[in-house]
Design a protein around this ligand. Structure first.
Ligand code: 3PG
Length: 385
C-alpha cells in the first residue's frame, strides 16, 4: 500500500486528485436550524487536503451523506460545503457532473462534489460509474476509513481505474487500530455499548479470543440481562441468537451491569439488576448503568494496558442518563493504557466532555472500526493493496 505522505511535490505538483473522505456527520436541531453536532470527521480530513494544496495538487473531494435513494435535497452536502468553506475560502461546490466538468475545465484548485450516493452506480460499485469519476483525475486517495467497509464505486471500483493510495487520516487509522489488531498489550479491556448489538456481536466474538475483559452497557446489555433471567421492562433492543449468547457467557470475559438506571413515570430510578423482576408494572425503560457498575468497570479500566471503547453506556444525550457514559469516559481518559475510542456517538461525547486529547487515538470509523477490529478485511483497504 502506498501512502500520501510518501509523495513529494514532484509527484503532486499540478496533479488532479480525487480525494474520498467520510463527511457522514451527525446533525442536531438548534433554534430551528440544523447544525453539525460533531465535525471531527470533517476536521480529520484537513491534514490530507492541506498536504495536497501545499504540494500544488488540485483536489476533487468525494463524500457521501446518509443513505439516499437517488437525489434527496435533505441529504445534500451543501451544509458540509458551508463548514469547509470557513477554512478553504477557494472551495467550489459542484452539484452535478455538468457543474463538475465546468469547474474542472476552469482548473479550480478545490472542489467538493455533491453527495456521491445521489448518483446511480455508487452503491452498486459500478465500474462504469467509477470510470466516469476517474475521468476527472489521475490519482485517487482514500482518506475515508469510516466508509471503507462498503464496496462502493468511489471506494473500491475506482481503484481499478487510477493509481490509488491511502490518505493521512487513513494511515493513522491503520497504524493505531493495527496496534490493537496485531500486537496488543494485556490486560486488554473493551468497553462496548450503543443500541445495536447486531453490529457489535461480531466485534465482541472476535475480541473474546484477544481481550481479557469486555465491559458491556446500554441496549446491548439488555438481551444478555434477559438471558440471565432479568426483566427488561419496555426497553427496546435487538434480540440475538441463543447460541451466540451461550458463547459470550462461556468465555467468562463479559461483564454485565449489576445495577441500572431506569426511566419510570417517577423519573430516573436506580435499581439492582437482580431487583428488576420485582417491579410489578414493568412500565420502565433501562437507560443507564448504575453506581455499582461504574465502580466495578472503573477498576477494570484502571488495571488495563489497552482499552478500546465503542458505544455509550446509556442515553447520554439526556442529562438524567448521562452519568454512566461520562464516568466511564473520564475513567478511560485518566488511565495510562493505550486507548482508542470510535463510533460517532461515543466520539461526539468524548469531544463534548473535552477529553479527546487524552485518548491515544480517536477513530473516524463507526461500523468500519468494528469490522476492522473484528479482523474483517475491509474492501476499501484491500483495494489499496
Ligand atoms: C458511517 O457513518 O459509519 C459511514 O459513513 C458509513 O456510512 P453507511 O453506514 O451509511 O454506509
Amino acid at each position: 500500500m502506498k501512502f500520501l505522505r510518501e509523495y513529494t511535490k514532484e509527484g503532486l505538483d499540478g496533479k488532479q486528485v480525487l480525494l474520498r473522505v467520510d463527511y457522514n456527520v451527525a446533525f442536531l436541531e438548534q433554534e430551528g436550524k440544523k447544525v453539525i453536532s460533531d465535525d471531527y470527521r470533517i476536521t480529520s480530513s484537513f491534514e490530507s487536503i492541506d498536504y495536497l494544496l501545499a504540494n500544488k495538487a488540485k483536489i476533487i473531494i468525494l463524500a457521501h451523506f446518509g443513505d439516499p435513494m437517488g437525489i434527496d435535497p435533505a441529504l445534500t452536502l451543501e451544509q458540509i460545503y458551508t463548514r469547509l468553506k470557513e477554512k478553504y475560502h477557494d472551495l467550489e461546490f459542484a452539484r452535478s457532473f455538468e457543474e463538475l466538468g465546468e469547474k474542472f475545465k476552469e482548473n479550480k484548485p478545490l472542489i467538493l462534489f455533491e453527495n456521491i450516493r445521489f448518483f446511480e452506480g455508487e452503491k452498486e460499485n459500478s465500474d462504469d460509474f467509477a470510470k466516469k469519476l476517474a475521468s476527472f483525475g489521475s490519482l485517487y486517495i482514500n482518506d475515508a476509513f469510516g466508509v471503507s467497509h462498503r464496496a462502493n464505486a468511489s471506494v473500491v471500483a475506482i481503484t481499478k481505474c487510477l493509481t490509488s493510495i491511502a490518505g493521512i487520516q487513513m494511515e493513522k487509522e491503520l497504524v493505531n487500530l493495527g496496534k490493537v489488531l496485531n500486537n496488543v498489550t494485556h490486560p486488554f479491556v473493551c468497553v462496548v455499548g450503543g443500541a445495536k448489538i447486531g453490529t457489535k456481536v461480531l466485534l465482541i466474538n472476535n475480541l473474546l479470543s484477544r481481550a481479557d475483559t469486555i465491559l458491556v452497557g446500554s441496549g446491548i446489555a439488555c438481551p444478555l440481562l434477559r438471558a440471565q433471567g432479568h426483566a427488561t421492562g419496555k426497553t427496546i433492543f435487538e434480540a440475538i441468537d441463543e447460541n451466540e449468547i451461550k458463547l459470550l457467557f462461556e468465555s467468562h470475559k463479559i461483564l454485565l451491569p449489576q445495577d441500572l438506571v431506569l426511566k419510570t413515570d417517577k423519573g430516573p430510578t436506580p435499581i439492582k439488576a437482580t431487583d428488576l423482576n420485582t417491579i410489578s408494572n414493568q412500565e420502565y425503560v433501562i437507560l443507564d448503568v448504575g453506581e455499582e457498575t461504574i465502580r466495578e468497570y472503573t477498576k477494570y479500566i484502571e488495571g488495563a494496558k489497552t482499552i478500546v471503547w465503542n458505544g455509550p453506556l446509556g442515553l447520554f444525550e439526556d442529562p438524567n442518563f448521562k452519568r454512566g457514559s461520562e464516568m466511564i469516559a473520564r475513567a478511560i481518559a485518566t488511565s495510562h493504557a493505550f486507548k482508542i475510542v470510535g463510533g460517532g456517538e461515543t466520539v461526539s461525547l468524548v469531544h463534548d466532555l473535552g477529553l479527546a486529547e487524552k485518548f491515544d487515538f480517536v477513530s473516524t470509523g463507526g461500523g468500519a472500526m468494528i469490522s476492522y477490529l473484528s479482523g474483517g478485511k475491509l474492501p476499501g483497504i484491500e483495494a489499496l493493496k
